[in-house]
Design a protein around this ligand. Sequence first.
Ligand SMILES: Cc1ncc(COP(=O)(O)O)c(C=O)c1O
Length: 454
Amino acid sequence: MAKEFPLVSIKVEPVSTKFRKLSGSIPNDETIKQIEELREAEPLSMRGQPPVIWDRAHGVNVYDAYGNMWLDFSSGVLVANAGHGAKKIADAIINQASKPLLHTYCFPNQPRIKLTQKLVSLAPERLNKVFILSTGAESTECALKLMRTYGRKHGTDDKSIIVSFENAFHGRTLGAQQMGGSSDGKAWIKNLDPEIVHVPLPDGFRCEDTGFELFEKTLARLGVEADNVAGVIGETYQGVGPNFMPKQYAKDLRKWCCKHGALLCFDEVQAGFGRCGTMWGFELYDVVPDLFCIGKGVSSSLPISGVIGNEDVMDLFGPNEMTSTHSGNPICCAAALASIEVIEQEKLVENAAKVGLVLQKHLQLIKNEFSDVIGFAPGAGLVAGLLMVKKGSKEPDYELAWNVINLCFQKGLLMFAPVGVGGGCVKIAPPLCISEEAVMEGCEVIREAVEEAV
Ligand SMILES: Cc1ncc(COP(=O)(O)O)c(C=O)c1O
């Protein structure tokens, strides 16, 4: 079980910079009391993040109610791409709510009309339809259903195998979790779907064989007939790293899917909306999928997700056969439209590419300085990870990752709890509006924390 961050007051070294302000005890007695009340009424699973009650968040900063301010390297959980609390997004939410129009089920509403058009205009040309949902897991479940339905419609009844990747994460519902590639979260599922199979992700670190033959060899070993594959789903980068596939591998995968009539789906729930320094993460590979899932950064705020694909795929179900109660909620759509507008007008994709270079450079310097305990520091744009390992090995060091995050928290740099294989990854993902100056300050805090923790 993952560790909790202790509810113990720690007298912190006072910090006062442009981006961080801390003083007194963190958490203070009032925070401890309130979190204890929350814990009484919530499942254990909701614990696990550093103990700050978010009072407000703006730009790249998160504030508590006691004058403390953290520099945020989490974007919540890679949601606040346009920055926290962007005024345009908040105004769009307020305007839509005060019309009032809060809910329309599947009856059309103006923000949904505009958002679907906008998303289709941003997607690669032949992907011309979008189905709006609420959560990332819903979008990957939907992709699973579409890939299988398409496979069996255009192939034999056996064309329903879904290929996913080891260590993948696609959400925590039944189908999404089975497509996920870590055994940890699946213990609750007794009858795992035998037609969902996993192949290694050639990240170049834990899987050093980066050739595409490994994909074919693994399917052969698993007894999978290539023509029975309905679809391949992969996170554009695996959240647990972030781990990317080599560009040539992605191109070969695209060719393989075309050859075998399998749909290629990228899960862009994390990678989309500028995170990697490109609007879509798959642009890094020069590959266009048949469908892709979006979520998180689409609105930088309210829950909204979706699946984007070609009409051959998206129109498999008839009227009222593929819907959800909150599909295209007007307020969520208004928030998403405003967020995309901020991302475009403030050139945040370009900023992610430019400032991302500074982030990646500084993290490589930290990795080089502590190379015996940081095994790998992958990243692109404004997403990165430091994979902490037991000295001189590739074995994940969860304790060290946790300590680094905890020390950073006490120094005014906010990151969520460790993720990844064995919990060894310190994940870094600031809002895309961050400046070079703030990135450099955050990296210096990480460097100090690693130095103190080893
Ligand atoms: C790549 C990816 N897909 C799907 C999901 C699930 O999204 P949600 O938590 O909104 O269901 C996540 C969440 O972290 C994700 O990172």
